[in-house]
Write a protein that binds this ligand. Sequence first.
Ligand SMILES: C[S@@+](CC[C@H](N)C(=O)[O-])C[C@H]1O[C@@H](n2cnc3c(N)ncnc32)[C@H](O)[C@@H]1O
Ligand code: SF4
Length: 353
Amino acid sequence: MPFCSRKCLYCNFFSVQYSDALVDKYIYALLKHALRFKNKKVDSIYIGGGTPSVLSLRQLQRLLESLCKIFDLSEVREFTFELNPESVSKGKLRFLREIGVNRLSIGLQSVEDISLKFLGRIHDFETFCNVYALARQENFDNINIDLIYGLPDQTLEDWERVIKKTLVFDSEHLSLYPLSVNGNTSFYISDIITHDDVQRNMYDETVEILANKGYIHYEVSNWSKQNKESFHNVNYWHNFEYVGLGAGAAGYLERKRYKNVEDISRYIDLLKNGYNVESENEYIDDRIYEMETIILGLRLLDEGLDVKYFENPKHYNVLLECLENKTLKMESGKVRLAKECVFIFNQIALKFA
Ligand SMILES: C[S@@+](CC[C@H](N)C(=O)[O-])C[C@H]1O[C@@H](n2cnc3c(N)ncnc32)[C@H](O)[C@@H]1O
Ligand code: SF4
């Protein structure tokens, strides 16, 4: 749902200002889009951002009740909904639980109000605490919390405080991202600077703290309790197919990756007139498929990737080089990223490109 109340200063994701009337039209268009996949069996749903929780209860009901009729959800295992603390109410949570949402992802970003202000967030920590308690009361037993670390003046001690205060909530899942300053963001325009070495130290410290608390570091930026990995996201990293609905959303079906137009009015107009909404697409031939499977699969730190995926001579040679320099390791036929190299994952992945 590419609508937000206000743009966060660091955010480079596609989203526009929420307006009630525009969202009504957008939902109508999105449902027309969904009808093109009518009766498709899906095993997970992810309603992500922008800010899906900014929709009114009426809009959420219209959207989700219709989606539940359009798709065959008899085998849905995971149904995630992203929440921003300032736009959550008891009524919305109750409806989400009733309609079948069984996983929440809450954008906390920091536990310190001064950092939240710096990031341009609307909520404060207290609002998050209330929402989290409400979600537990409404029987959500699978909750992810998003945090951002490595803010410009943040010290290692500051971050340790943030992570320890977050651990008190005992959430099933944590997604932790180093602040990146890029694209067309206010932070980029005002030259906000982050420090790789500080972010690296924070990352190393986090790995240790969370391991001691029993969290499994199953993906580069994701930690979970046992069996609480995000099924939906793991499917991406397994290079499986997915339908992407909405303006700016990406999808992958029948060896075609596509991206929908990043323009709300155009998306609505195209659907009104029955046209294709893709602005980009690419056929994934065997060569690209093999490369992507490796790059995505290596992100799964715990599961690893079967050595059979490295059959292509180029990939095999890179694998040998990486085993030699110990950036990758192999055990019982599974290739995994070496623990110390997770923070430089992108550099390693590039070798397979
Ligand atoms: C798709 S985004 C939006 C989710 C939701 N709208 C929110 O704001 O909480 C998912 C997560 O990516 C992270 N993120 C977005 N931009 C980032 C950036 N520039 N640097 C680091 N993390 C970022 C944030 O933790 C955010 O919660
Ligand atoms: S971080 Fe989330 S709330 Fe903030 S602008 Fe981006 S999508 Fe919207």
